[in-house]
Each structure stands twice: as structure tokens, then as C-alpha cells.
Design a protein around this ligand. Structure first.
Ligand code: COA
Length: 326
């Protein structure tokens, strides 16, 4: 049976660090509040010249290097992002050009924080169908350029990063075993960036109303995320006749430590089997899962044959999981 296997990963975060103490000087907040409510201590901030494709490029180069492949071996590039370089063209096309991946088709996926798993799921389907053998999936976000630095309810949460994975067709009993993607558009307004699209085209008015910044109803989103993620994880494991104890590692979207802990506790998974790096990077939306996965791989937390589960919840609303036998 043909499966898609992640043969290499890569990641990148900008150098500039913004700590909770720095934020104390910018808005009415405290290190104590941010740490207790979110688990975040610091995040990385892209410089003025860095766009999503610049972060994606470094992560993708690293993944390519690890894979031993050349850019021209890649047949498809999928970039998951809600903070792409421009609304036209796709950031994936800009990345294709920078990588000189001349044979690759390229497009973006917009599923907010679930975007990387959505991308993985599309790549998996293409590979299983036999259409492509080698696919690059990247999650890349520069959320801090869409952050209202006067809004303490959102500006303490986000950071910038990119993570990449190269998938290859294999005829083995390992690789991606299953992906699940879900959406509920009735709650789109819980998390959105209203201005600059065709609903509210960019104008002096949209700028004045700060409509180009991310708006989030955090508390409502939080409650739905906790409820949904438990069901999602158990559904994914059940379908594959696995139990939480079979997992070597859970790689959750890094939105809030309390959401991650609640999910782990509800399914009875100890936190030492959960990848967490939001303390250092904050919520990097579609980049958070490939970034945390790459870190886990580099730290030796992932071994051949391990069962790994990726899960995410985000704007849309969207939620998604991927079960992998490494
Ligand atoms: C955003 C989030 C951290 C806020 O935590 P919370 O416990 O829900 O806090 P609330 O929004 O209920 O706010 C509680 C109080 O803290 C205040 N507050 C909000 N941000 C604050 C900050 N940065 N510093 C200090 N106080 C703050 C609020 O104004 C509110 O004050 P009030 O009670 O006087 O009105 C949390 O809701 C969250 O992580 N949400 C989900 C994010 C998510 O999963 N998104 C989807 C994927 S990206």
C-alpha cells in the first residue's frame, strides 16, 4: 500500500525576541497574567523586511537538506498561511520561485491554525492517489504584522515562525496513517481579520477602524477548542484501533498551554508525551505544528515506528488531526 511518509522536517523563527516584560511596557498586562492564562513567556517577531515566504524559504531549505532531495525533485508545494506575502499570488508560488523548484505545482491553503494539517491531508491524498511522489508542505506565518499592538487581548498571544515537512511516497507500513479535517463556518467571526478583503476592501475607513488586525473572541474560542479537541483525538485513535497510551508523542497546535493540558488530561496522556514550545514562540498559527514537530525530531523525541498524533483547532472554525507512524 502506498503511503506518504515525512522524510525530513525544517523550521525557522526570526531572531528578534519579544518577552512578556517587553509587553508590560506596551499594554496594560503582566508577565504573571500572560504566563498563567496562556503559558507564553516570549515570542519571535519578524523584521520589517521579512514576509511569510522568507520564513518559509529557510524552513523549506532545511527540510530539503535533511531529505537529501533537490528542489527540482519536488512536484507540489503547499503553503498553509493566513498571513501570506500578498493576497495575489499565492505565497507557495513565491516560495517555488525562491527554491527554484521548477517542476512543482504550488498553491496556498487557508485553514488558520489547522492549516498545516489541512495541507498535509491534501498532500497525503495526492500521494496516495499516485499523482505525486514528493510534496513539500510548509506552515508559515507572520501574525505580528496583523496584530493590534494596542489590544492586550490578542497582542500577547502571537509570534512568527515557519515549519516545513517533505513527504515522499513509500510502500511501507508507516507514514501518514490517517488525516481528519473538519470545519464549522457558522462561527467564522470568533477569529477573523475583517479588512483588506472583498468584504471590506482596504480604505482609509478600514484603516481607521483597525480592520486589518486579527480579532478574536478568545474565551468562547477557548471553550469550544477544549471540547472539540478531546473528541477529535479520541475519534482519530479509535478509527485506527489505538489508545492514547499507544502514542509516543502528541504534537498539538500551540495556542494556549491550558488548552493543551486540558486535552492531554481528558484523554489521560501524561504531559511528558506532549510537545510544547509555546512558552518560547507563542501562537504561530499554521506554523506551530510543523515547528514543534521539527523541534521534537531534532531533540530525538521521535523514533522509527512511533505513533505520533498532530492536532489543531483554529479560525474558520477548523480543526484537524493527522496520525503518523514514524
Ligand atoms: C485569549 C485567552 C488567553 C484569554 O484568556 P481567558 O482566560 O479566556 O481570559 P478572558 O478573555 O476571559 O479575559 C479575562 C480578563 O482578563 C483581561 N485580559 C485580557 N487580556 C489580558 C492581558 N493581556 N493582560 C491582562 N489582562 C487581560 C480581560 O480584559 C478580562 O478582564 P475582565 O474580566 O475585567 O473583563 C484565551 O481565551 C485563549 O487562549 N483563547 C483561545 C485561543 C485559541 O485557541 N485560538 C484558536 C486557535 S489560534
Amino acid at each position: 500500500m502506498i503511503r506518504a511518509r515525512i522524510i525530513a522536517t525544517g523550521s525557522y523563527a526570526p531572531e528578534k525576541v519579544l518577552t512578556n516584560f517587553d509587553l508590560e511596557k506596551m499594554v496594560d498586562t503582566s508577565d504573571e497574567w500572560i504566563t498563567e492564562r496562556t503559558g507564553i513567556k516570549e515570542r519571535r517577531i519578524a523584521d520589517e523586511k521579512q514576509a511569510a515566504s522568507d520564513l518559509a524559504y529557510v524552513a523549506a531549505r532545511e527540510a530539503l537538506k535533511g531529505s537529501g532531495l533537490k528542489a527540482r525533485d519536488i512536484e507540489l508545494i503547499i503553503v498553509a498561511t493566513v498571513t501570506g506575502d500578498m493576497s495575489l499570488p499565492a505565497t507557495a508560488c513565491i516560495l517555488q520561485d525562491r527554491l527554484e523548484a521548477k517542476r512543482a505545482a504550488a498553491f496556498d491553503v487557508n485553514a488558520a491554525c489547522s492549516g498545516f494539517i489541512y495541507g498535509l491531508s491534501v498532500a497525503n491524498a495526492f500521494i496516495k492517489s499516485g499523482a505525486y511522489r514528493r510534496v513539500l508542505v510548509v506552515g508559515a506565518e507572520v501574525l505580528t504584522k496583523f496584530t493590534d499592538w494596542e489590544d492586550r487581548t490578542t497582542c500577547v498571544l502571537f509570534g512568527d515562525a515557519a515549519g516545513a515537512a517533505i513527504l515522499e511516497a513509500v510502500n511501507e507500513d508507516r507514514g501518514i496513517l490517517c488525516t481528519k479535517i473538519h470545519s464549522d463556518g457558522s462561527m467564522w467571526d470568533l477569529l477573523h481579520t475583517p479588512g483588506g478583503g472583498s468584504r471590506y476592501p482596504a480604505s482609509k475607513e478600514t484603516l481607521r477602524k483597525k480592520q486589518h488586525f486579527i480579532k478574536m473572541k478568545g474565551n468562547e474560542t477557548f471553550k469550544i477548542a477544549v471540547r472539540t479537541l478531546e473528541g477529535l483525538v479520541l475519534e482519530t485513535l479509535d478509527e485506527n484501533k489505538l489508545k492514547p497510551a499507544d502514542l509516543a508523542l502528541l504534537v498539538p497546535h500551540q495556542a494556549n498551554l491550558r488548552i493543551i493540558q486540558a486535552t492531554a488530561s481528558r484523554i489521560g496522556l501524561p504531559m511528558d508525551k506532549v510537545a510544547v514550545n509555546l512558552d518560547r514562540y507563542g501562537n504561530t498559527s499554521a506554523a506551530s505544528i510543523p515547528f514543534a514537530l521539527d523541534e521534537a525530531v531534532r531533540c530525538g523525541r521521535v523514533r522509527d515506528g512511533d505513533y505520533i498524533l498532530l492536532e489543531a483547532f483554529g479560525g474558520g472554525l477548523t480543526w484537524a488531526s493527522a496520525l503518523i507512524r514514524w
